[in-house]
Design a protein around this ligand. Structure first.
Ligand SMILES: *[C@@H]1O[C@H](CO)[C@@H](O)[C@H](O)[C@H]1NC(C)=O
Ligand SMILES: *[C@@H]1O[C@H](CO)[C@@H](O)[C@H](O)[C@H]1NC(C)=O
Ligand SMILES: *[C@@H]1O[C@H](CO)[C@@H](O)[C@H](O)[C@H]1NC(C)=O
Ligand SMILES: *[C@@H]1O[C@H](CO)[C@@H](O)[C@H](O)[C@H]1NC(C)=O
Length: 393
């Protein structure tokens, strides 16, 4: 740069050592090679300045405003062109994203601090399906959801190897979230639950979050399910203190002082929580660390982590019961009963709806379970036949 100044001032076109620069050479002596070198130097100089300017602009204004972005406007999401409120209240148009769990959980726990929404918000129920692969009972669910657009969202977490191919008309079309390997009874199952919750939290209109599996069926029509969940003063998380070997017996004293034995809870994995509790589950790192380290088989994280964590943080907001029915009548087994096609009879259907007795909003209620499991793929046909008469859809 100093050299350049001198050149400009004295017009001698010499550098400090006094040797002649290529520019000052008489034209006839300038060979083709020298001209080429000159052009190359100029070009390199331009490249250098361009890159310095680009790096500066990217650092200061972010990639969106950089020259690169202007050169490829098609790479920009529409939201950036129109920085209105829509950007924050419209659900993501595509559930597939490239965020890591760490990034996703961080993003999902962002929450407004003003309670009143500055737009007409229709609160939705997020139905989150934790599956291995296909949804054999999908046609039953399609019927259940039919005509209730705008009041629900669907999220499916399956094994990463599974490729879903639902038709465009299906409620499950493109509702798969980026997934990872999970194993029954391992903490990775809780990770999958957090992943489902986080993806569902990205839609600001989701207010209630229900965890289901591919073997679940709804026991009532959508209107009733929506009303039951939305009018409840409590979230439906099953919580109980089991003094036996499968309860307190799985507690590890190294979890103290975060978790004392008196706070240790057991419950079913199939929960329903409101938005506030969903955020607190995703945001939790304190209890998660303890469970990941000290709740190993035969301690099953999915049966203890959320019941214990929520009881410590928000006991008064829990109904302490699940809304997903399962048949534990065969005692002493690790898994509840599974229903095959022959089990799906009028008697079974009637049984679901009768003999229910629980507390709802501190009043006795004869509707306690909204969903039931575990139904195998061959139950689809008989269920489709009996659902209109017994289940109301
Ligand atoms: C839903 O089911 C309830 C109770 O079974 C019934 O009273 C109500 O009419 C049904 N609603 C619709 C829209 O079918
Ligand atoms: C848990 O145990 C620790 C140590 O015994 C005690 O200081 C703490 O108060 C207990 N927490 C609860 C909530 O009981
Ligand atoms: C659930 O249990 C907690 C204590 O663990 C209690 O505070 C809460 O009121 C219970 N919920 C209902 C609906 O009874
Ligand atoms: C439900 O259970 C409560 C307490 O266990 C009992 O008092 C009540 O009579 C029962 N109601 C029905 C309809 O069985």
């Amino acid at each position: 740069m100093e050299n350049g100044k001198e050149v400009a001032l004295d017009g001698n076109r010499t550098n400090q050592k006094g040797t002649l620069l290529p520019v000052s050479m008489p034209k006839k002596k300038g060979t083709f090679l020298e001209r080429l070198l000159q052009l190359l130097t100029l070009f390199l100089g331009f490249c250098f300045i361009f890159s310095v300017v680009s790096v500066y602009m990217i650092r200061h204004y972010g990639a969106n405003n950089s020259l690169v972005a202007n050169l490829y406007p098609s790479l920009q999401p529409c939201a950036d062109e129109n920085p209105s409120l829509d950007r924050w209240i419209k659900p993501p148009s595509n559930l597939l994203h490239s965020m890591s769990d760490q990034e996703l959980f961080w993003r999902a726990t962002m929450a407004p601090r003003i309670k009143k929404y500055p737009f007409d918000r229709v609160p939705k129920i997020a139905f989150m399906f934790l599956t291995k692969g296909p949804m054999p009972l999908a046609p039953l669910w399609e019927r259940f959801f039919k005509g209730h657009d705008g009041f629900y969202s669907i999220y499916v977490h399956s094994l990463p190897s599974f490729q879903a191919d639902y038709p465009k008309t299906s409620v499950f079309y493109r509702r798969q979230v980026p997934s990872q390997m999970t194993e029954w009874g391992e903490i990775s199952l809780c990770d999958a639950e957090k992943r489902l919750l986080s993806n569902a939290l990205l839609d600001i209109n989701n207010e209630w979050f229900v965890l289901l599996s591919e073997s679940c069926i709804p026991l009532y029509n959508f209107s009733l399910v929506y009303k039951y969940i939305s009018k409840s003063r409590h979230s439906f998380v099953s919580v109980f203190d089991d003094p036996g070997p499968d309860g307190r017996g799985r507690y590890n004293s190294r979890m103290a002082p975060e978790v004392n034995i008196t706070e240790w809870q057991k419950g079913s994995q199939w929960f329903e929580v409101n938005r506030k509790l969903a955020i607190s589950i995703v945001a939790d790192t304190k209890f998660y660390a303890k469970f990941a380290e000290f709740c190993r088989q035969p301690c099953y994280g999915d049966e203890h982590y959320i019941p214990t964590m929520l009881t410590i943080q928000a006991a008064d907001q829990l109904a302490n019961r699940s809304i997903t029915w399962v048949d534990w009548s065969k005692r002493g087994e690790a898994h509840p009963a599974t229903f095959g096609a022959a089990d799906v009879t009028e008697q079974l259907m009637k049984g679901f709806l009768e003999n229910q007795n629980c507390t709802y909003n501190d009043e006795p209620s004869s509707i306690c379970y909204l969903f039931a499991r575990k139904f195998t793929p061959p139950t689809l046909e008989p269920l489709l036949l009996l659902a209109p008469k017994y289940l109301g859809y």
